[in-house]
Design a binder for this molecule. Structure first.
Ligand code: C5P
Length: 300
């Protein structure tokens, strides 16, 4: 964006979680994670336009909030404050063209926010050191810092401490988006409840001297710790990952806290064949993006 330009358009790419381990609940209520983020070639478009009056958001999807609760608004407020300007942000409006399904575990809202942080820092000519920029991103949301990097990256702590990894070989992705969304907050609360129940069961076994005597429950190898608790409330999730595997996915899992599930395929043809066989669901066929591709394609 150059000064004086009236519009700035950027792409905000979605992610999937190739794996996700929930390690522990933290004293601040968040959860300690270890997850592998992966960018995919599915993006919202954000168009910034010079305007008079206070900051405004409009969105192609009527279900998307356009007030202060939208993470893009929070991002704008933080950059405005970093620019040491008074009051609330003004002089620009943002149009969000939503293609990334919401409440699907694909990070659409967080990616929009990261794109807004970057674009508005340029727009308002604010110079922010990289470390401070990452801190601002993390204040907007736990997975916002990832979207400043893109590609394949390990997320630690709340998911906001990142270790860039070598990009995985390009894979084709079949996303299935169920007709319901899952709130991330709810999914982690379900995980907490599951942990409490397991602890209670162990305590009871100890009291009854049955420790280690109950039949060993074999855990299916699941890549995402939230999958079991989300699938317990939405059994279709397990059916969808099974169907993706049956259709040839080398890996199939819930993404983040859901509700989207994804399968990885070696070729576009294989992905499209699987998508055709899964007719009846809302499906998106896309591919993984490397860090470099993400950086290049972000500013369209
Ligand atoms: O940071 P963000 O607002 O995206 O997180 C949404 C909610 O997800 C948090 O309020 C929290 O309940 C839950 N969460 C969590 N542990 C994480 C990330 C998110 O418990 N590492």
């Amino acid at each position: 964006m150059t000064a004086g330009r009236k519009h700035l358009r950027v792409s905000a790419f979605a992610k999937i979680n190739l794996d996700l381990r929930v390690l522990a609940r933290r004293p601040d209520g968040y959860h300690e994670l270890r997850t592998t983020f992966q960018s995919i070639a599915l993006a919202d478009t954000l168009t910034f336009t010079r305007s008079t009056g206070s900051f405004r958001i409009s969105c192609s999807d009527p279900a998307c909030p356009t007030d202060e609760s939208n993470l893009v608004w929070r991002a704008a407020a933080l950059i405005w404050r970093a620019a040491k300007r008074r009051g609330g942000p003004k002089g620009v409006s943002v149009r969000i063209d939503k293609r990334v399904p919401m409440q699907a575990g694909l990070g659409g809202g967080s990616s929009d926010a990261a794109a807004a942080l970057r674009a508005l820092a340029k727009w308002w000519r604010v110079n922010i050191a990289p470390e401070e920029f990452r801190r601002l991103a993390s204040a907007v949301g736990a997975d916002v810092p990832y979207f400043l990097e893109g590609g394949t990256a390990l997320g630690l702590n709340r998911g906001d401490v990142l270790v860039p990894l070598d990009d995985i070989a390009r894979a084709w992705v079949v996303l299935i988006v169920p007709g319901f969304g899952v709130s991330t907050k709810d999914a982690f609360a379900w995980w907490d409840r599951g942990q409490l129940e397991q602890e209670g069961q162990k305590r009871q076994e100890r009291q009854e001297g049955q420790e280690g005597k109950s039949p060993i429950r074999r855990r299916r190898r699941i890549a995402n710790d939230l999958e079991a608790v989300v699938a317990a409330r939405h059994p279709i999730i397990r059916r969808l990952t099974r169907e993706l595997k049956r259709e040839g996915a080398s890996h199939a899992s819930l993404s983040g806290s859901g509700s989207a599930v994804f399968g990885l395929f070696a070729s576009r043809l294989a992905a499209e064949r699987a998508a055709a066989a899964l007719a009846g669901y809302k499906i998106v066929v896309t591919r993984t993006l490397s860090r470099r591709e993400c950086g290049k394609l972000a500013a369209t």
